[in-house]
Design a binder for this molecule. Structure first.
Ligand code: HOZ
Length: 427
């Protein structure tokens, strides 16, 4: 596969952008490779600047549940663009998106739009602290909640491959109130509460871990978190940046039947445009400025172009529950086929998946938390992902990111993945 143009563009970009990228994972460093510069996307495929075609298994890290360039979304964006790109003033579409989110996700009584998942988490935590008048937060090792200072403690995603425990530039004071616990370990959580009586404002969790690779909550884990939080007067925050509107229309909370107090969402609300949101119980959300004393603001929040894109996608997903059923069934068959293929060639590698979200871990250990995820052979993963890329399959360039399927993936696309993977494992 010729990647000359991508290599040239990367060299040029590196002169002006740190590492040549605007987000570290896409530098492909952890797989020792050069990023492919993407020119366009259509359905389940992307084309790079050298003209290579890929079946896309990241879908912009989740939001493209209908694939690239979905007709109705493109039309909605084009129409919105003709009316104006940004006003810094209120528009009608914002109320419609908010109402739709509240209808689709019953735990959300009020919602505030922001511009990214990072911003959503940062703001939800402020709201939780304002509501409880407590400072401490529990997060889980290997869960990633964006790059705000307080959340860069034992974080997943790019932090896991950056070779550093957190981040330089974060004052100790900013993380002093961040307590950590192991995913799927309720005893750890109970201990934090015992050691910090009446000080914990909230527990924040990815209800399905998706930034240390995909790690499922074990039976009773999310229920336990709900009970412990209620018992101690702390809030439960579900970070559904990845799972929201993806697993089903009411996300992981619907799938597992747990009601969090606050929820954060990300890019899927903008169908891939820069959007995030946080919402939850009315009495908490009413503390947000201008109603209450918890300040949070943004000129681009509720941007009309992004809102129109998101409204169109969310409406389609709301009106077509059968699309979720079909997507999840297709994904079940796909991940099962990967499992069967690994078995055929004698590998004990782990396939974790839920619906259209999954990971292939290069380890024989059951992956249930940060420690077991890190037992993966990242060098072998790097060989696999480079092989797949070179054979037209765009998988995440890191062991610790998820694979995303969309409604646009055809049987032929999935067959192409399976045949490339089989070639790799057979060798
Ligand atoms: N941290 C993102 C995935 N969990 C990757 C962001 C990006 O590079 O676009």
């Amino acid at each position: 596969m010729n990647t000359t143009r991508s290599e040239e563009l990367f060299e040029e970009a590196k002169k002006y952008i740190p590492g040549g990228v605007n987000s570290p994972v896409r530098a492909f460093r952890s797989i020792g490779s050069t990023p492919r510069f993407i020119r366009s996307g259509k359905g389940s495929h992307m084309t790079d600047e050298d003209g290579n075609d890929y079946v896309d298994f990241i879908g912009s890290w989740g939001p493209l549940i209908l694939g690239h360039d979905y007709h109705d979304i493109r039309e909605a964006v084009m129409e919105a663009v003709t009316k104006g790109l940004s006003f810094g003033a209120t528009t009608e579409i914002e109320g419609r998106v908010a109402r739709l989110i509240c209808e689709m996700v019953p735990s959300i009584e009020m919602v505030r739009m922001v511009n990214s998942g990072t911003e959503a988490v940062m703001s939800a935590i402020r709201a939780a602290r304002g509501f409880t008048r407590r400072d401490k937060i529990i997060k889980f090792n290997g869960c990633y909640h964006g790059h705000s200072d307080g959340m860069l403690v034992a974080a997943g995603s790019g932090v896991m491959t950056a070779g550093q425990p957190g981040s330089a530039g974060v004052p100790a004071g900013c993380t002093a109130d961040t307590l950590t616990a192991d995913y799927n370990n309720l005893d750890d959580v109970r201990k934090r509460f015992e050691d910090n009586p009446d000080q914990i404002a909230a527990v924040i969790v990815e209800p399905v871990g998706a930034n240390m690779g995909v790690v499922l909550p074990e039976p009773g884990f999310l229920e336990g978190l709900r009970e412990i939080c209620t018992e101690h007067g702390a809030l439960l925050i579900f970070d559904e940046v990845i799972t929201g509107f993806r697993l089903q229309k009411d996300g992981a909370q619907g799938r597992f039947g747990i009601t969090p107090d606050l929820t954060t969402f990300g890019k899927i609300i903008g169908a891939g445009m820069p959007v995030g949101a946080y919402g939850g119980r009315r009495e908490i959300m009413e503390l947000i400025s201008p109603l209450g004393p918890v300040y949070q603001a943004g000129t681009l929040s509720g941007n009309p172009v992004a809102m129109n894109a998101g409204y169109t996608q969310l409406t389609l997903m709301n009106e077509h529950p059968e699309w979720y059923t079909e997507l999840n069934a297709k994904a079940d068959r796909f991940f099962e086929a990967i499992r069967a293929m690994l078995q055929k060639y004698g590998y004990d590698y782990q396939v974790n998946h839920i619906g259209s979200l999954g990971s292939l871990f290069f380890t024989g250990e059951t992956v249930r938390d940060y420690g077991s995820a890190k037992s993966s052979d990242t060098k072998e993963f790097a060989r696999y992902s480079n092989y797949m890329l070179n054979h037209g399959i765009y998988v995440a360039p890191s062991q610790f990111e998820a694979m995303f399927l969309s409604a646009a993936h055809t049987q032929e696309d999935l067959g192409r993945y399976l045949s490339a993977a089989e070639d790799f494992f057979r060798r």
